[in-house]
Design a protein around this ligand. Structure first.
Ligand SMILES: C[S@@+](CC[C@H](N)C(=O)[O-])C[C@H]1O[C@@H](n2cnc3c(N)ncnc32)[C@H](O)[C@@H]1O
Length: 380
């Protein structure tokens, strides 16, 4: 294997520039050869002639060895599977959504830092993917303390080969990491490199009191928030969002059903005082997703379209003179819910996401300020 020590050091420097502070994670980034986890092909995102997003496979043999290594050791996410098609097997461009990747290394270590992982912690990772983050965990804590779960058997098998090839032998499980439980093992940390719409209860049951879950809370509007919650003595869990702008692909069981064909209906129009473009900010989109969790968000700028996948309800906005008009149709008044959420948020001082928190008990609520503040129920 080419000596990539210098490239690995440069990547570690780059990640340090992105906020990495713990020397132990830095040493892992300097030592783990990421190119081994990229296999022989990755996808590059582009646009087709119609301007639609497309993923084109790029094979190792199509570029020079130096170029491939520069890609592997760049602080970039490399998509390795789109709609279940592995880059290795793709015969041409693929339209669809990424379903597996080697995540941005700075994001991997940021998650691990946010999880507060220390020596001796037993960690369960959800979303093995290429296995790179699993190797980083093994490097720091030792194989015996690491379990990683991957839902896709082919992805899991490839990660296993890469990990074993480098001499790492964590416990690797193929299965749904949202439900899969390991009998008789109690973990200190659960870290998910796929996001969830709500916290799977089996995660709480596998942690000791004081154990933590670090995950991105995502949803169907593609909004996200990195949250770190701690399991209490009574089995509930509570904690705060870090406010960092990080996102992972949604766990497969939490992905939306196929999108309905959108036909714009005039519906019931009314003026709205909420500038629709506010839904595109990090916190604004998150708030809208909390308010209407089964809706997708489409459109751009002041033309926002909310489309509820469960009921077909829709709401869309348009500029009207110096203000905006919203048109709503269907059993769920989506815009009313979003507008109401923004009103409550403004009354609470319009804080950014780092003032939000999450409590998981019999139900799951995202709140502002503290658990008695304005709150929204997560989908079950
Ligand atoms: C962003 S990738 C993981 C990146 C990986 N940690 C790395 O460093 O390469 C997310 C992975 O989560 C997996 N995944 C999705 N839903 C899952 C589930 N319910 N249980 C386990 N893995 C899941 C996907 O198949 C995908 O491989």
């Amino acid at each position: 294997m080419t000596d990539t020590a210098q490239l690995r050091r440069r990547l570690a420097d780059d990640i340090t520039g992105h906020g990495l502070t713990e020397p132990a994670w830095r040493r892992a980034i300097e030592d783990v050869p990421r190119e081994v986890f990229l296999s022989d092909a990755v996808f590059r995102r582009g646009q087709d002639a119609q301007g639609v997003t497309v993923y084109r496979p790029l094979r190792r043999q199509e570029v020079t060895a130096d170029k491939w290594l520069a890609m592997a050791y760049s602080n970039e996410t490399w998509v390795t599977q789109v709609d279940g098609i592995d880059a290795d097997n793709a015969t041409g461009p693929v339209h669809g959504l990424p379903t597996s990747s080697s995540t941005l290394p700075s994001l991997v270590v940021r998650m691990l830092e946010a999880a507060g992982i220390g020596e001796g912690d037993r960690v369960r990772e959800i979303g093995t993917g290429t296995g790179f983050s699993t190797a980083v965990l093994c490097h720091r804590l030792g194989d015996d303390l690491i379990t990683s779960v991957e839902v896709d058997p082919a992805v899991g098998a490839r990660a296993r080969r890469a990990l074993h090839g480098l001499g790492y032998s964590p416990s690797l499980v193929i299965g749904d990491g949202l439900n899969e439980r390991q009998a008789g093992v109690e973990f200190d940390r659960i870290v998910a490199t796929c996001s969830v719409r709500s916290i799977p209860y089996p995660w709480l049951w596998q942690l000791r009191p004081g154990g933590t879950i670090t995950t991105c809370l995502g949803g169907w509007m593609q909004a996200s928030g990195l949250v770190h919650i701690t399991v209490q003595e009574d089995g509930s869990a509570t904690g705060r969002f870090t406010g960092e702008q990080t996102a992972f692909m949604l766990a497969r069981p939490h992905q939306p059903p196929p999108r309905l064909t959108f036909t714009m209906h005039s519906g019931v129009p009314r003026p709205t005082g909420l500038d629709p473009s506010r839904l595109w900010s990090w916190t604004g989109r998150f708030l809208a997703q909390l308010a209407a969790p089964s809706a997708e968000l489409l459109g751009a700028g002041a033309q926002v379209i909310l489309l509820d996948t469960a009921t077909g309800s829709q709401a869309w906005t348009e500029v009207d003179g110096s203000g905006w008009t919203v048109h709503q149709r269907g059993p769920l008044p989506l815009w009313d819910a979003v507008e109401h959420a923004f009103e409550r948020w403004e009354r609470a001082g319009a804080p950014e996401q780092d003032r939000f928190g999450l409590t998981v008990a019999e139900d799951q609520r995202v709140w502002i300020g503290d658990p008695s503040g304005p709150s929204w129920l997560l989908p079950s």
